[in-house]
Design a protein around this ligand. Structure first.
Ligand SMILES: Cc1cc2nc3c(=O)[nH]c(=O)nc-3n(C[C@H](O)[C@H](O)[C@H](O)COP(=O)(O)OP(=O)(O)OC[C@H]3O[C@@H](n4cnc5c(N)ncnc54)[C@H](O)[C@@H]3O)c2cc1C
Length: 381
């Protein structure tokens, strides 16, 4: 592929860079996984939307710029470079939206996407249950057919920012006679509906970002079923593929972190173990390698290809790279890392979150099973 940016892409990059330089808040916002931080991030999302930077690759009618995937990557790179706020809209715009574009009815797209883009409605992901995380096909929450819709009953857990979101997408067993991957349906659930109780769960770092969601005969109209009834597994796998393979973690996040690590080395390296120099170089090379690999993925998609089981390789790579990169930063900071103030304080919080990377979006053990069985053709373990 040609790695040189076209004139149009360069102009797009310059426009994004200029806007971000003028608008990114000078001081970082409080964590978007707290009530106070979430409200401030929501305002930021609205600002992005007003300037048409919230969902650059979407159609104009829904608030986008019809940017190519390549331009989306450029925007992401600029976004992280500018140290702009975390995207609290990510479960909606990066996970649900690609699935809505593929499986949603025209009515669903016209109703949901503009409000999602404008951060008027924020989305949580409701897949995991207390007894079904890795084994998603083992979910027990169920949907009962009633006149005009479905009544949902069960419990979802670990819903990121679910305590503050307006809607949740999730899988439910709609055919009680079916087992495993069959008889599941993908529902869109309004979290303030009667019969829905949202309970915040505090995280290790003190933020109350997670939620458990309890459903007791909550009514969901037919209009909020996404994709075919009883075939929700394939709809959910489309969400999982785009999450692991491209949209959840764009390379800009890691190239920006590697650049910050190099800056930290320049400040602290003289006092640090010289062996850490190699770890810093490796972090930079890994981030660049991930960037090039993603360009390959985007080229494949632009040529009509699809994301498949190789998304699992991608997820293993970025999640493990992120842990190593943050460990290197903490080693550079030394024993004071936990007490660091100012910009260096972000490394400890970033490390704690990086540790979750090999767990969320499907654990790395599960990704390795997928790689072994579906890419390498090894027998089932
Ligand atoms: C930061 C964070 C955010 C999250 N956000 C969300 C969210 O928004 N929505 C949501 O629905 N969920 C979310 N989750 C939950 C996440 O998807 C689950 O934690 C994950 O799928 C693992 O499920 P589990 O916790 O039930 O662990 P388990 O499935 O019980 O796994 C326990 C351990 O056993 C291993 N294991 C299990 N089965 C196998 C196997 N067949 N082969 C090899 N090893 C195996 C796992 O890899 C893991 O190490 C989030 C999790 C984290 C950490």
């Amino acid at each position: 592929m040609d790695l040189e940016l076209t004139e149009r892409e360069r102009a797009f990059q310059a426009e994004a860079r200029e806007w971000l330089a003028a608008h990114v808040p000078a001081a970082p916002l409080p964590s978007g996984d707290t009530a106070e931080g979430f409200a401030l991030h929501k305002q930021w999302e609205k600002q992005l939307h007003a300037a048409r930077w919230a969902v650059v690759s979407w159609p104009r009618a829904y608030g986008g710029r019809e940017a190519s995937l390549m331009e989306w990557l450029i925007f992401e790179e600029e976004y992280y470079r500018a140290a702009a706020p975390q995207r609290i809209s990510q479960n909606g715009i990066f996970l649900l939206a690609p699935t809505l574009f593929e499986f949603g009815t025209q009515e669903q797209k016209d109703r949901i996407l503009p409000r999602m883009a404008a951060a008027e409605e924020l989305w949580a992901q409701g897949w995991s249950e207390p007894n079904a995380g890795s084994d998603l096909a083992g979910i027990q929450s169920r949907a009962l057919r009633v006149d005009g819709g479905w009544r949902l009953t069960g419990q979802k857990t670990w819903c990121t920012r679910g305590a503050f979101c307006d809607w949740m997408f999730g899988l439910f067993r709609s055919d009680a006679a079916a087992t495993r991957h069959k008889g599941l349906t993908y529902f869109l659930v309004k979290l303030d509906s009667p019969g829905v109780t949202v309970r915040p769960v505090a995280r290790l770092d003190g933020d109350a970002g997670f939620a458990e969601v309890f459903l007791e005969d909550a009514l969901v109209p037919d209009a909020d079923v996404l994709g075919p009834v009883h075939s929700g597994w394939s709809v959910a796998m489309a969400t999982a593929s785009s999450e692991r393979g491209l949209t959840l973690r764009s390379p800009g996040r890691f190239t920006a972190a590697a650049a910050r690590l190099i800056e930290l080395w320049k400040r602290r390296g003289a006092h640090a173990d010289p062996g850490l120099r190699d770890a810093v170089v490796r972090a930079w090379m890994d981030a660049e390698a991930y960037r090039l690999y993603t360009l390959g993925t985007v080229t494949k998609l632009a040529a009509g290809g699809q994301l498949g089981a190789d998304s699992s390789l991608n997820k293993i790579f970025w999640s493990e790279m992120d842990v190593r990169l943050h460990e290197t930063a903490l080693d550079l900071l030394g024993p004071a890392a936990e007490l660091a103030e100012g910009p260096d304080a972000a490394w400890m919080k970033g490390y704690q979150f990086a540790l979750a990377g090999p767990i969320y979006a499907g654990t790395n053990e599960i990704q390795r099973n997928v790689v072994a069985e579906r890419l390498l053709g090894l027998p089932k373990g």
